[in-house]
Write a protein that binds this ligand. Sequence first.
Ligand SMILES: CC(C)(COP(=O)(O)OP(=O)(O)OC[C@H]1O[C@@H](n2cnc3c(N)ncnc32)[C@H](O)[C@@H]1OP(=O)(O)O)[C@@H](O)C(=O)NCCC(=O)NCCS
Length: 194
Amino acid sequence: MVNHYRPAPSLLVEDGLELRVPEEKDSEELFLKIDENRQYLREWLPWLDDVKSVEEESEAIRQGAYSENGCMYLILLGGSIVGTVGLNSIDWANRRFTIGYWLSEDSTGSGIVTKCCARLIDHCFAELGLHRATILVAVENSISRAVPERLGMSLEGIMKDREWLYDHFVDAAIYGITAPEWHALRNQSVHGPQ
Ligand SMILES: CC(C)(COP(=O)(O)OP(=O)(O)OC[C@H]1O[C@@H](n2cnc3c(N)ncnc32)[C@H](O)[C@@H]1OP(=O)(O)O)[C@@H](O)C(=O)NCCC(=O)NCCS
């Protein structure tokens, strides 16, 4: 018997930084943020051509609807949308999940995504009873690979031709961490030498 919990609809990361599931009313602000960053995001994300209007963004929000199998969170900095973190495809039978993310270019460089991922992983392990987190990143996306590396996740392998990116396939680096490994790392950084 596997327990299914619902992910929290919102998570406080730190003062002024919050994750919250989107509502229909967020469509316009989210679309404008994506549109501003279209060229920047297109280098590594495959879905930019599917979001060309506020209506399409509303539809994406409806489809990525909040459920026990996963959800998309808005990253809110001082109440404004600066990106998203996806808690993707929770596999309850095997107690594992995958995380994906993007940030608006002008919000990069201050640890926002790393902190949001850490908060989400904490929630998944501590409150949802999940056991394994995975992040898949294009092998050549070194800025994004730094996120799981900063979180203490291990490089487990390379998946060949994992994703079709508009006109070519890209290989993915698979990063993973289990709940006991995560807690050991956290305890080490709390109690370890400064
Ligand atoms: C991938 C992406 C989200 C990474 O953004 P980022 O700003 O580098 O990541 P973070 O928010 O974790 O910030 C890390 C940076 O903040 C710095 N930083 C400052 N304070 C920090 C803190 N408290 N904790 C962690 N990092 C901190 C880090 O040193 C790092 O800067 P550096 O790269 O100059 O060393 C962003 O580049 C992006 O959206 N790219 C396009 C889409 C994409 O590739 N998505 C991922 C697909 S797998």
